[in-house]
Design a protein around this ligand. Structure first.
Ligand SMILES: [Zn+2]
Ligand SMILES: [Zn+2]
Length: 350
C-alpha cells in the first residue's frame, strides 16, 4: 500500500478538500502512475454532487488522467518507468464476455470497473470503491493504461481520454470521412474535440450551437459551417442534410427538430446524457429511415487508436489549466458553460 495526495468531496453539498488516499501495492500486471494532469469532465460534477443518485463517498473524481510511469509490476510488458501514459474512464472489466472479447470493454456484460465510484474488483482489493485522477498517483492494471505519443502534450492529451474517445468512437462507428456530412450539437468540452476529429477524418463538419459566440473557434477547429440553434431558420435551412449528428449536449433538446436534419439513413447519436426520457415522433424516424442511437466512450484498443490519430493530426483539447484549490470554482464555471473548452488540473499543485 502507498499513499497519494488527492482532492475529495465527502458530501454532495461539500467543497473539495485535500485528503490522503491509499493506492494498492502494484501487483505483477499493475502500473503505478505519477499523475501530471487530470481533466474535469461534466460527469465528474454529476457524480461528485450525487446528481445520478449513486455516489459513494469520499468521492475522488477524475477520469481524464495523463502522467508518467513511476513503477511497473514484474509481469508488465507494455510499459516501462518514465513512459508517457494515460488512463480514461475504465480501469477493469471481465475480459471474457462478448463485448470484452470484441474490444468494447465499456459495454462489459458483467459491469465495467470505472476509474472512480465503482466497487473495486474483489480480486484486487477486499473492499471499497475506486478513487479517480484528482490525485498525485494511481495504480492501474496495464490492460487499461494507454500510451500517449510524444506528439501530444500531456496537458492537452488528458481530456482526450474521455472527451476525445467519446466523440472518436461514434465518428468511426458511423463512418465519418470524406463525402460525409457530420453535425456536432454543442461546442463545449466534448463538441470542440468532435469538430477537430471529424474534420481531420475528412468529413464536412457543421456546428449546431446555441449561439454564434464560438463561431471563430469552430472554424479554426475545422468546421465548414456554423449555425445558431436559437434561430428557427437554422432548422428550415438544414432539413434532411446530415449523414451523422452527434449530440454532445446534456440538456433536454427538442430531439424531433434535430432528427429532421438527418438525410436518408442518417443517424443521430446521443452522447450527452440528459436525465429526462426523450420522446420522438414515429413519423420523424420512419421518414427517411432515420436512426436514433447512443454511444458511450470507446474500448481500450480504440482509445489507443484515437490517441495515435490525434498525435498524427496535431490534435489536442483546448484547455484552461487550474490549480487543485480551484476545482470548486471550475465546477461552477462548467455548469455555467463558461470554459474554453476543458479545465485541466495541474497535479503539481496538490
Ligand atoms: Zn468524462
Ligand atoms: Zn466483460
Amino acid at each position: 500500500m502507498s499513499t497519494a495526495a488527492a482532492y475529495a468531496l465527502s458530501t454532495p453539498e461539500g467543497t473539495f478538500e485535500k485528503v490522503t488516499v491509499e493506492r494498492r501495492e502494484p501487483g505483477p500486471h499493475d502500473v503505478l502512475i505519477d499523475i501530471a494532469y487530470a481533466g474535469i469532465c461534466h460527469s465528474d460534477i454529476h457524480t461528485a454532487r450525487n446528481e445520478w443518485g449513486r455516489t459513494r463517498y469520499p468521492c475522488v473524481p477524475g477520469h481524464e488522467i495523463a502522467g508518467t510511469v513511476a513503477a511497473v509490476g514484474a509481469a508488465v510488458g507494455k510499459f516501462a518507468v518514465g513512459d508517457r501514459v494515460g488512463v480514461g474512464c475504465m480501469v477493469g472489466s471481465c475480459g471474457v464476455c462478448g463485448p470484452c472479447l470484441a474490444d468494447e470493454e465499456q459495454y462489459c456484460a458483467r459491469g465495467t470497473v470505472m476509474t472512480y465510484n465503482s466497487a473495486v474488483d474483489p480480486s484486487v482489493q477486499a473492499e471499497g470503491h475506486t478513487l479517480g485522477g484528482y490525485a498525485t498517483q494511481i495504480v492501474v492494471t496495464e490492460d487499461f493504461v494507454l500510451s500517449i505519443p510524444d506528439g501530444i502534450g500531456l496537458d492537452v492529451a488528458a481530456p482526450l481520454l474521455c472527451a476525445g474517445i467519446t466523440l472518436f468512437s461514434p465518428l468511426r462507428h458511423w463512418g465519418a470521412g470524406p463525402g460525409k456530412k457530420v453535425a456536432i450539437i454543442g461546442m463545449g468540452g466534448l463538441g470542440h474535440v468532435g469538430v477537430k476529429l471529424a474534420a481531420a477524418m475528412g468529413a464536412e463538419v457543421t456546428v449546431l450551437s446555441h449561439s454564434l459566440s464560438k463561431q471563430e473557434d469552430g472554424v479554426r477547429f475545422g468546421a465548414r459551417h456554423y449555425y445558431a440553434t436559437s434561430d428557427k431558420q437554422t432548422f428550415r435551412d438544414l432539413r434532411n442534410s446530415f449523414d451523422l449528428i452527434l449530440n454532445t449536449v446534456a440538456a433536454d433538446l427538442p430531439i424531433d427538430n434535430y432528427l429532421r436534419l438527418l438525410a436518408l439513413d442518417g443517424t443521430l447519436v446521443v452522447l450527452g446524457l440528459p436525465d429526462q426520457p426523450m420522446s420522438v415522433r414515429s413519423f420523424t424516424i420512419a421518414g427517411l429511415r432515420r436512426s436514433l442511437a447512443g454511444s458511450m466512450i470507446g474500448g481500450i484498443a480504440q482509445t489507443q487508436e484515437m490517441l495515435d490519430f490525434c498525435a498524427a493530426h496535431g490534435i489536442g483539447a483546448e484547455i484552461e489549466l487550474i490549480a487543485a484549490d480551484e476545482i470548486d470554482g471550475a465546477y461552477e464555471r462548467v455548469v455555467a458553460s463558461d470554459v474554453r473548452y476543458r479545465f485541466v488540473i495541474d497535479a503539481a499543485t496538490m
